[in-house]
Structures are given as C-alpha cells and as structure tokens.
Write a protein of this length. Structure first.
Length: 191
C-alpha cells in the first residue's frame, strides 16, 4: 500500500510539474525521484520479507508481482519527469496535463484497490474497474492530443519531445492497469 500511496503522490507532482513554469520544475523532478527511491526501498523490503516469511495471507508470487507492477508505475512517472527536465520543455500542452490528471486518478483508484485487499474486498473490484476505465480515457486523450501535436507546421523537435512525454504518460497508465489486473486476480483468488 505504501508504494501505491507514493505513486498517487508522484502522479500529483507530475501534474503540478506540467502546470508549472519550466524554471520551477527542478524541485518537482527531485520530489518524484525521492518518491521513486522510497518505493524501491519499500519494494526491496517487501521482497526480502517474503523470502524470510513462511506464511503470508496472500501467495508469495502474487505479492511479488504486485510489488513489481506498482514499482513499474512510479518508475515510469519518474522517467517522464526526468525527460521533461532533460528536454528543457516549455509550456505544457493542455493534453499532457489532462493525461496526467487521469494518471493521478488511476493511481488513486489503484491505491484504494491495494489498500482494500485485506480489509474491504467489496472496494477492490470497483476500484480495479475504475483503473481500467481511466486507462481507456487516457488512451483517448493520448490519441487526440498526439494528433494535435502534428497539426499545422509544428517544430519537429518539439513534436519529438512531446511525443515521448505523451508516450510515457500513456505507458504509466498501462502499467497502472497492469497493476490493477494483478490486484483483481489476487482478490478473485482470495475472495
């Protein structure tokens, strides 16, 4: 759950980063990097404890896969933030902010799903379904705004930079959906 919560925080910072003036983004990139490092530490601790523990309420393989998928989400958010800094991106197109908002909502639903696995099974599947719907919403935004990036006679370098950012935001949503699929599988198996 701690990794899922940090993913929500990182997705929120990602949205803030895209809204911020380019010269104010460094702190946000560093904040996301710190959250990503914390998630790496937590994931390592979970896996180490799994290796030492004889009895877990859930299958070891499921816990390992879920920890890995949750880590993938924040890794992609971190990579996206770093690219925004490396590319010296200017003002963000509205589409990137909209996709970041969807990503944040998907991470929030994922956090609900993960947090409800042991306490409230009734919340797990609706949250997983919400993540899948949000991933589809993100896909639609991705296609719409990527198409807009090519309209008219755009600067090719800007198109390349923003295309990569859009790609990474969309991949982050795909990873959130993958994690939700793992949570759903665990819930069904142990429900």
């Amino acid at each position: 759950k701690a990794v899922a919560e940090r993913s929500v925080e990182a997705a929120g910072v990602m949205e803030d980063l895209l809204r911020a003036a380019p010269d104010r983004r460094t702190f946000m990139v560093e904040t996301i990097k710190r959250l990503e490092h914390e998630c790496d530490t937590i994931t390592h601790e979970v896996i180490t404890r799994l290796d030492r523990s004889f009895i877990t309420p859930l299958d070891r393989e499921d816990i390992h896969e879920l920890a890995s998928k949750l880590d993938d989400v924040i890794d992609l958010i971190d990579g996206t933030a770093r690219r925004a800094q490396i590319f010296h991106l200017g003002e963000a197109p509205e589409g990137s902010i909209l996709i970041a908002q969807v990503l944040k909502r998907a991470c929030q639903e994922l956090s609900v799903a993960v947090g409800s696995l042991k306490k409230n099974q009734d919340k797990v599947l609706p949250a997983c379904i919400a993540v899948k719907r949000l991933e589809e919403e993100g896909d639609s935004l991705y296609h719409e705004w990527l198409g807009k990036a090519f309209e008219g006679n755009p600067d090719p370098m800007l198109v390349i930079k923003w295309k990569e950012l859009y790609d990474n935001l969309e991949k982050s949503l795909d990873m959130a959906e993958d994690a939700a699929n793992v949570v759903e599988s665990i819930a069904i198996k142990h429900g």
